[in-house]
Design a protein around this ligand. Structure first.
Ligand SMILES: *[C@@H]1O[C@H](CO)[C@@H](O)[C@H](O)[C@H]1NC(C)=O
Length: 252
């Protein structure tokens, strides 16, 4: 059978058309909301459990976006850490610092690489602040868990201080303690300012959005904090979807 020319009879075309229509309709029906299960599958299939890192480097809206785009980062959460106040809240954080918790696959990205991103993503010489954000809650901290992470953090800070002869690197190194997640409105903040991207993901409910690897990535994209190559890749994917009129972005 051929699709071109007179060999295809009208009844055949009708059948083909109906089958295509049924497939498209079925696809559409299941694609209305896509629960982001991709990362869960990666997690389940890998024997190595995820690791957790926490950093403070200024506003947690931005910090979450900085790390969300990296390959190997499975989840990001904005929150409060480094202080002693029992139940910190926004504008009532006590002595905590705005922080980001990063869950990552150590086979794809290492603590050392996360440290490099930490240093290159803020000005560690600024005292208690980043740019217009001034205050104790914006201080710079590396949280470490265990002697190896402590060693890596100390080595990286020494290197940073050596490179910065005229000013003091203010970054503190603290033992990882309790991390208190921030309120939902502070999670994936940059992504939530972009209703178009939220719609492309199928308008996930809050709890799914917070766990989603794709949302972490698009949060970085929305803030234009992904590496330039990744920004371009995601842009191209989105344009492709718009061209096709196919509404759901499943992965980037
Ligand atoms: C510290 O690391 C250990 C071993 O990797 C892990 O079991 C533990 O959950 C970590 N602690 C925190 C607070 O993440």
């Amino acid at each position: 059978m051929t699709f071109s020319g007179r060999h295809v009879s009208l009844p055949y075309l009708r059948i083909i058309y109906s089958v295509v229509l049924i497939i498209l309709t079925a696809e559409k029906a299941v694609s209305i909301r896509f629960p982001d299960q991709i990362s869960e599958n990666v997690k389940a299939s890998s024997n190595q459990p995820l690791k957790t890192a926490v950093f403070a480097l200024g506003s947690f809206w931005r910090s979450e976006a900085v790390f969300g785009c990296l390959d190997g980062v499975v989840r990001t959460t904005a929150g409060y850490a480094g202080g002693s106040k029992a139940n910190p809240e926004y504008r009532s954080w006590g002595d905590h610092a705005e922080s980001v918790q990063i869950e990552y696959n150590p086979r794809l990205i290492t603590f050392r690489q996360l440290l490099e991103v930490f240093w290159s993503s803020h000005d560690s010489r600024q005292v208690f602040g980043q740019g217009p954000d001034v205050g104790n809650q914006y201080r710079s901290i590396i949280f470490t868990n265990g002697t190896e992470e402590l060693r890596l953090a100390a080595v990286s800070k020494d290197r940073e201080q050596t490179a910065s002869k005229s000013s003091i690197v203010t970054t503190q190194i603290q033992q990882l303690g309790k991390f208190c997640p921030a309120e939902p409105e502070h999670q994936k903040f940059e992504l939530k300012r972009n209703p178009f991207l939220l719609q492309l993901m199928g308008n996930l409910p809050e709890d799914e959005l917070e766990k989603s690897t794709l949302a972490a990535k698009l949060n970085g994209f929305a803030a234009e904090l992904c590496p330039p190559k990744v920004q371009q890749q995601i842009n191209a994917r989105i344009e492709e979807i718009i061209r096709k009129g196919w509404p759901i972005l499943r992965e980037v």
